[in-house]
Design a protein around this ligand. Sequence first.
Ligand code: SAM
Length: 244
Amino acid sequence: MRLHIVTIFPEMFPAPLGAGIVGRAQEAGLAAVHVHDLRDFAHDRRRTTDDSPFGGGPGMVMRPEPLYEAVESLQLPEGSPVVALTPQGAPFRQADAERLAAEPVVTLLCGRYDGVDERVVAGLATERLSIGDYVLTGGELAAMVVVDAVVRLLPGALGHAEEAIADDSFTSGLLQYPQYTRPADYRGMSVPEVLLSGDHAAIDRWRRNQALRRTLELRPDLLAQATLSDEDRKELRRLGWSEN
Ligand code: SAM
């Protein structure tokens, strides 16, 4: 998979995208992340990419020409996603990460200043995504979040841990069950007995029930969309859930 990032701060990317699973996925050739300096597409000698807003007001707005020309230079395949990162976008969810991970090429546009000329969204971007209801100084951190969430889903990226994706929070439709490792007792807190039992059916049921309990407690909104068995519903009702 190829990921293009268009930014005025390309120097922000090497460290976070060079480490860990995302770094290894690139070394293994599973993902190629190309960071493009938007200033290379500026029209003046000072490499300016922003200007004052029509209608007045404080702050600067990113001009459309460098962004259009940067994306055009990539010669993207027809229909390839071009994502404008913006707090005004749809919330970026695991389902978006799964959808984008299935694409051969994804392009991410990082805004700065007071945002981007509206014609970029109207004629260049295919969608808008937000990483949360808060305003960052730029789209670079948001692009890193998207790349990280997408690349770990690429086949082979997680190596042996790949099966774990199915149980991940959100992928399963629920939050993940609690996890424990050695030591079995730590400062008076012991690992639930069932996890030491070797009884895999009992462990699976315990984990499922814990995922249900945790989701009900922390993110009950997820239950409306989750795929629930009759047994799950019974457990949730036992925990005090009322379906409507
Ligand atoms: N004035 C804009 C508004 O109120 O919608 C916010 C501009 S913000 C200071 C500058 C840039 O940061 C945006 O163009 C966008 O690329 C990025 N950004 C800020 N918050 C973001 C978020 N929650 N998700 C994704 N990108 C974000």
